[in-house]
Design a protein around this ligand. Structure first.
Ligand code: FE
Ligand code: FE
Ligand code: ZN
Length: 289
């Protein structure tokens, strides 16, 4: 069975209980959540996450906690040339990983960071990662560095940068989240050469390091570096290529998470999951785009 889900919310009084029910309403068997608002570092008390009910609901819906992915807030920049801001990022992520451990989550997607134009930033980032791993060495948490679109000064815009970051770090602690929109946007031609791009990833990093896939179409042509997600089959990547990721035997055990935009204020995930499972594009999901 394919592992397919979407980003879901984790808020109000429902918190993680609401997350599971939302995912189940889309017929998903995995999902991704933020542990607070995506743009800040405020976190509610442990009790408010409703862990016991969450665990119970996961069981009822036959979802495995290892397929449920946490996403770190956007503001975190472990590459920041300002050492104080870097320290803030490391400390925040340390507490986020400790909270994950308490809640039972094992995987967190992290945007590697922004260099802000400083050539040393990728080295700072690597030091930050080492510190973060050391701070959390008693946990079972795994960091998934996301492939980025290369917007602005984003680090992780190509496989080589990610390979540099991963080199020498423990495989049980640091791996990759492959975002289909971002890689295409940064210039990898998965549309015309799916196999070639994955072969390159395999040579530079190793396909076994992919532990999550963000399944998104792109609003922009290859190499645009704009990072704007589109609904499945409605963008420049297209339905057929996105299906290749979903049904690739090598990614059988890997959760695929939709982060596509809402349509008319409504989550499109139930319909998108349906069309992916049916392997049939639904041209009525959305009007003009
Ligand atoms: Fe992301
Ligand atoms: Fe993503
Ligand atoms: Zn994105």
């Amino acid at each position: 069975m394919i592992k397919l889900g979407s980003h879901v919310s984790n808020k109000g009084d429902e918190m993680l209980v609401g997350s599971v029910l939302e995912a189940a309403s889309y017929n998903a068997n995995c999902f991704m959540v933020y542990l607070g608002a995506p743009q800040n570092s405020y976190r509610k008390s442990f009790a408010s996450f409703r862990k016991d009910e969450f665990d119970q609901l996961l069981k009822e819906h036959q979802m495995n906690i290892d397929d449920i992915i946490v996403h770190a807030p956007y503001i975190i920049n472990m590459a920041n040339p300002d050492p104080e801001k870097r320290e803030f990022a490391i400390n925040f992520l340390t507490s986020e990983l400790l909270l994950m451990e308490q809640l039972g989550f094992t995987k967190i997607v992290v945007h590697p960071g922004n260099s802000l134009g400083d050539e040393q930033a990728i080295n700072y980032l690597k030091e930050s990662l080492i510190k973060l791993l050391d701070n959390t060495k008693d946990t079972k948490t795994m960091i998934l560095l996301e492939t980025m679109a290369g917007k602005g000064t984003e680090i992780g815009r190509n496989f080589q940068e990610l390979a540099f970051l991963l080199e020498g770090l423990p495989k049980e602690r640091v791996n990759v989240c492959f975002d289909t929109c971002h890689t295409f946007d940064s210039g990898y031609d998965t549309v015309n050469d799916y196999d070639g791009v994955l072969r390159e990833f395999d040579e530079v990093i190793g396909l076994e390091r992919i532990k999550a896939i963000h399944l998104n179409d792109s609003k922009n042509p290859i190499g645009s570096k704009k990072d704007r997600h589109e609904n499945i089959g409605y963008g420049y990547i297209g339905f057929e290529t996105l299906l290749k990721f979903v049904y690739d035997e090598r990614f059988k055990e890997i959760p695929k998470i939709l982060e596509t935009p809402y349509i008319d204020g409504k989550a499109p995930y139930k319909e998108e999951i349906e069309m992916i499972k049916m392997k049939k594009f639904n041209p009525k999901l959305k009007g003009e785009h």
